[in-house]
Design a protein around this ligand. Structure first.
Ligand code: FMN
Length: 387
């Protein structure tokens, strides 16, 4: 069967991905925090959003092109930052960065990615965005921002929803770390996923390359030592609470577009804008930080009302189809990010997965707009059925 038939939507790719990756990587990718309530809430609240079709309106060729943050994109969605993507599927960051460039959508590289920010910028070109987790030393943070500027990034998002060390039960049980702490169970998981294991052998053990220059063994040629130092560095020195003062410092250091990722509260939203943000990402981190967090869908309209029509707003969390993208735009977002769907696609289909899933999401969004009688993205809010 050809790929178009085999993987005609994200759900098909998700099912294949779950078979093709070892259990510890699957747990890391798929699960949320604690009991997974906020992951389910993201999904359920999207399902409850209704859009009204208007059959007398014409939308024969709905246009997905959009102008966002000073740039033209072929569609109003992009790849969310995902740390350790290279552990889920070897080379996935390169595959997704190249696919985003080819498809004309943004690709966001995480600080804790397994390829360097310089390489990601080369591969994704102007479509590369960078996500910042702040190290404790301001000099290190400033150096990362300097490297972003030198590499040619124009947009940086600072993630504010990890103010404390994250406790994910599955990852603790699996000993998830870089490198994975192998025991009989994880070794068995790797042996029973030979394609993943062979590719991992070929690409090499994933490392937090962006942080390598900042820890003692950064220049070490001993890979094992370098990885251990990197892990220690992250455990001890990363993940700082972004206070008002720290946010102002980051704003002072970064001359390009600065977005705030992880906003759920309307007062926070207004405060970040008054502190100089250029836009906000309404997000509960895909249900991975606080299980009692509200879903994006439930807060997005309130945040739009609070900040006004002109503030660039991005939304993410649970989006799996072009219809879901239309739902987020109808609720007030200007742009949408997705995380897991892109890694499902790469784990299912390898190097073809990135472009394939992006093409499917575009086709689904176009078909949704055609069905609604909505020729442009701007008109989607008019389709929302208010409750
Ligand atoms: C495996 C994985 C790793 C992630 N790593 C990061 C990260 O390094 N930085 C960050 O700001 N968000 C991170 N996120 C959150 C995503 O950027 C995004 O908010 C979330 O995945 C959206 O939900 P979705 O996966 O349902 O689309 C991660 C998400 C996943 C699934």
């Amino acid at each position: 069967m050809n790929n178009d038939k085999l993987y005609s939507c994200v759900a098909h790719m998700e099912a294949a991905a779950q078979r093709r990756i070892p259990g510890f990587a699957r747990d890391y990718l798929v699960n949320g925090i604690s009991r997974g309530v906020s992951v389910r809430k993201n999904r359920d609240s999207l399902d409850s959003v209704e859009l009204m079709p208007r059959y007398l309106q014409e939308a024969d060729r709905p246009s997905l092109r959009c102008h966002f943050l000073g740039k033209e994109y072929n569609a109003p969605f992009g790849v969310a930052p995902m740390g350790l993507s290279g552990l889920v599927w070897p080379n996935s960051e390169r595959i997704l960065a190249a696919a985003a460039k080819a498809q004309g959508i943004p690709y966001t590289l995480s600080t804790v990615a397994t390829i360097s920010l310089e390489e990601a910028r080369k591969v994704a070109g102007e479509n590369a965005w960078f996500q910042l987790y702040t190290p404790q030393e301001p000099e290190v943070r400033n150096d990362i921002l300097r490297r972003c500027q030198e590499a040619g990034y124009e947009t940086v998002m600072v993630t504010v929803d990890v103010p404390f060390k994250t406790r994910r039960d599955h990852d603790i049980r699996n000993g998830l770390s870089v490198p994975p702490r192998f025991d009989l169970r994880t070794l068995w998981q790797m042996m029973t996923h030979p394609e993943w294991a062979l590719r991992m052998l070929r690409v090499g053990v994933p490392q937090f390359v962006n942080l390598k220059p900042y820890h003692d063994a950064g220049q070490s040629s001993n890979v094992g030592r370098s990885i251990r130092e990197s892990t220690k560095y992250i455990e001890e020195r990363m993940g700082l609470h972004i206070t008002r003062e720290r946010f102002e410092e980051i704003r002072g250091q970064w001359p390009g577009k600065l977005l705030v990722k992880g906003v759920l509260d309307t007062e926070d939203a207004k405060a970040y804008m008054s502190l100089g943000a250029d836009g906000l990402i309404v997000s509960n981190h895909g249900g991975r930080q606080l299980d009692a967090a509200p879903s994006t869908v439930s807060v997005l309209p309130h945040i739009r009302a609070a900040v006004g029509a002109d503030v660039p707003l991005i939304a993410d969390g649970g989006v799996r189809t072009g219809l879901d993208i239309a739902r987020m735009l109808a609720l007030g977002a200007d742009f949408v990010l997705m995380g897991r769907p892109f890694l499902y696609a790469v784990a299912a289909m390898g190097s073809q997965g990135g472009e394939h899933v992006m093409g499917i999401l575009k086709a689904e969004l176009q078909s949704t707009m055609g069905q609604l009688g909505c020729p442009t993205l701007r008109e989607l809010p008019g389709c929302l059925v208010s409750k």
